[in-house]
Write a protein that binds this ligand. Sequence first.
Ligand code: C2E
Ligand code: CA
Ligand code: CA
Length: 415
Amino acid sequence: RLTVEQADRLDQKVALLFIDLDRFKTINDSLGHHVGDGLLQSVAVRLAQTIRAGDTVSRLGGDEFVIILSGVESADEVAHLIEQRLIPLIREPHEIDGVNLYVSCSVGVAIFPDDGREPDELMRHADGAMYKAKGSGRDNFQFFTPTMNEKALERLHIENSLRQAVDRDELELLFQPLLDAHGQYTVGAEALLRWRHPELGLMPPIRFIPIAEETGLIVPIGEWVLEQACRHQSAWRQAGLGELFVAVNISALQFRQERFLNTVANILRTTGIDPGSLELELTETILMEDVEANIRLMSSLKAMGVSLAVDDFGTGYSSLNYLNRFPIDKLKIDRSFVSDMLSDPTNLAITKAIIGLGHTIGLRVTAEGVEHEEELCILQSVACDEVQGYYFARPMPAGDFEKWLAESVGSPSLS
Ligand code: C2E
Ligand code: CA
Ligand code: CA
């Protein structure tokens, strides 16, 4: 605060640098706190070497540091200092206990008075810029920009209103049919979440699911989705619309909750649906995170009778070694391979290979994102089991989906 007041008096700028070490947690967890502490001390020494007399370095706690540079002439001068001195100095090896460790850092910068006059505001803005630096691949620096602030505010707004979305009944499930690739009759439906935001309109999941994951809100939201999806499945059966399965997307955080297994069991009990009519879609990334624990959890789900599918298959990195050990039923080939299949031979080869691989280990294979008849023909010729995509139907509100089912009951959905 003192620096800011002085600068104001002298009509100078002050730069606030928010510095966070990249992947410090990994070093700390794998090499021990003793080594972690040594590294933090070494970093503090290096940071002190980058500044001039009158500037300050302080540690905020954890692996976060703040530098205050006074008497700054221009943003360029700050950029130069970070790029030419600070970042290279941190990148140099740090000798801790006779071992050389390498770290990098991400830096966010806010400048007084341009980016704010209050110390709190400057801190917030520098912190936001630091996150942007992390987001753009770490080991770099970013200056605060007003659009960054708008984005942060929008995010905050979404976060706050998302907390009430379930209670206010603003969430809605759409259903997209999955069809048998050969007979082309509906075998199931994937539940896809939407949020009818009072001011921002109908929001697609990519705009709010990442926020729901970061804030942990995905857990109650995911439970709501699971329960609603099962209720709809039960309604379709009772209305004589067919024995369809309902597929539900499960996020990593939800899957890792200790109570996940119980939640599924409770929902199956309260909705009374046949466990075999519930399919959980998990991504490869979720599976590979803690293989042994996942195999145990998945085996318990299988024992309950629930089906398991690997979503977006081909985009993460599954070890084929493990794939065989997971008690899964189905692979869903990622949309990107299917949609480029006709123009890109590599994607066609990947699609065929996934189908072959899946069949070899006894799994069903679904292709999602089918938009054209030619794609369907190819998929049929390579014995793909199920198809899903705009060519058949877009995700629809529950009412429309029921109409769609009623029209296609007993006959192939498409002639
Ligand atoms: P996903 O699981 O890969 O879902 C398929 C996405 O592909 C859906 O987008 C669907 O509308 C879209 N799609 C289907 N057929 C076609 C097609 O022929 N062409 C094209 N271009 N797109 C097609 P949506 O509904 O926007 O969902 C996006 C993602 O959000 C989903 O990807 C899933 O990862 C996530 N998501 C949706 N609902 C939930 C949910 O309830 N819980 C969780 N955790 N994630 C969800
Ligand atoms: Ca999915
Ligand atoms: Ca998918």
